[in-house]
Design a protein around this ligand. Structure first.
Ligand SMILES: Cc1ncc(COP(=O)(O)O)c(C=O)c1O
Length: 409
């Protein structure tokens, strides 16, 4: 049974938090881009870990050995989720941002005065700030321009990536506008000059079937709290590459990849939850391997979420006073809808929708550069409605009705 066949009602039954109501109406969670709800097996796995298996790493006793086994299984499942060849390519950490900073500090040791890094105007600060920090040591950071429609300018990308470029940092898709970037172009241009490609896949991981090998990424970052797990940072690194880098690490910690990049203890209970979340996703499909099941689920999720996003975009487009930001309905966008309502600051729209049990975000969502360029800072940025695996057409309708009521006055 795939997620397309399994009724959405069955899928939703897995999420206890969806039963919560406000003034008699169920909450409609459109806050997935900031962090999704988690299915019951994730909650059970975190609880079971503390109930029966709580232990540090590298011990000779049962709870430690089980904990190490569980982390190994989590890495293996994450490798399957991302299309990596092996668990050795998967490093773990607290969250994406802290891992991006660790990566930039490691890269700093490989770069010289005058070397260049290319970032984008559209990216989340997590994939900009760590690279901008390297300007302090003489690295030149250039930004690929964003066009008014919320897509990156391909000609500008071609101009900015040059033989001095050592690294290109780009998002797979924008968690503010839903734009899917042209990674093939970024790979082609960075490859031509021998630059590393760092992909922020935080917003892509919950919505698409990812394949790091097809992307040919050197590094890919994501964040498990966005794909139905507890919070944890994940870094994929091309085989062999991590062992050549010099990340900040204790000499007492394992020096080989993937451990080479990790500092201190991991959050074992959270990682137990990440594993359970991936198994839950895989369990929505059939297939001979975990990779095949995850691919099948994520392909079905992408299609279903695309239809719901298009429904939202079409309905919202017809409401007077509502402006939509980012790409219009298309096969190639993430199911995240960004809007503003004339005369109503984003925070007010989010608060009033929240009172109706429709939970949306407001602000810049750390894509501050993009929001600034769109000229939306003064009105509190954007209202963001993210579609997730548990979103229904009825919830999308409620969202649009709520926005229409606010726009009417
Ligand atoms: C596109 C994108 N990149 C990076 C991040 C940062 O992830 P984390 O909170 O795990 O540091 C987010 C978080 O929302 C995001 O949406």
């Amino acid at each position: 049974m795939s997620v397309a066949e399994c009724t959405i009602a069955t899928c939703r039954e897995s999420f206890p938090s969806l039963r919560r109501t406000l003034s008699g109406r169920p909450l409609a969670f459109f806050d997935g881009p900031g962090g999704t709800q988690v299915p019951q097996p994730v909650i059970a796995a975190v609880s079971d870990y503390y109930t029966s298996c709580n232990g540090g790493s590298n011990g000779k006793f049962i709870t430690s050995q089980e904990s190490d086994g569980l982390i190994h299984e989590t890495r293996t499942a994450l490798a399957a989720f991302l299309g990596a060849r092996s668990w050795r390519e998967i490093s773990l950490g607290a969250n994406l941002t802290s891992m991006a900073f660790s990566l930039s500090r490691a890269m700093a040791r490989e770069l010289m005065d005058g070397d260049e890094i290319v970032i984008t105007q559209l990216d989340h600060e997590a994939n900009r700030g760590p690279w901008l920090a390297l300007t302090e040591q003489g690295v030149v950071v250039k930004e690929v321009n964003m066009l008014p429609g919320g897509t990156l300018d391909p000609e500008d990308m071609a101009r900015k990536i040059n033989p001095r470029t050592r690294l290109v940092a780009i998002g797979h898709s924008s968690s503010a506008l839903g734009t899917v970037n042209d990674l093939a172009l970024a790979r082609k241009l960075s490859g031509q000059v021998g630059a590393w490609l760092v992909v922020d896949a935080a917003h892509a991981a919950p919505h698409f079937s990812l394949d790091v090998e097809a992307m040919d990424a050197d590094f890919l970052l994501c964040s498990a709290g966005k794909f139905y797990g507890p919070q944890a940072g994940v870094l994929y690194c091309r085989p062999g590459l991590l062992n050549q880098l010099r990340p900040s690490r204790l000499r007492t910690q394992e020096a080989k990849a993937p451990f080479r990049f990790e500092t201190g203890a991991q959050n074992h209970a959270a990682l137990a939850g990440v594993l359970a979340g991936l198994r839950w996703l895989a369990g929505l499909s059939e297939g001979a391997t975990l990779r095949a099941r995850l691919r099948s689920t994520m392909a079905a999720v992408a299609e279903r979420e695309r239809q719901l996003a298009n429904q939202a975009l079409e309905q919202l487009r017809g409401i007077a006073g509502v402006s939509l930001w980012g790409p219009g309905p298309s096969a190639n966008r993430a199911p995240t809808v960004a809007l503003t309502v004339a005369g109503h600051p984003a925070g007010e729209v989010a608060r009033r929708l929240g009172e109706r049990g429709v939970l949306v975000g407001d602000g810049d969502f750390h894509s501050a550069r993009a929001v600034e360029l769109l000229g939306l800072e003064a009105q509190g940025g954007l209202v963001r409605a993210g579609i997730s695996i548990y979103t229904t057409a009825e919830e999308v309708h409620r969202l649009c009705e709520g926005v229409a009521a606010i726009a009417r006055g």
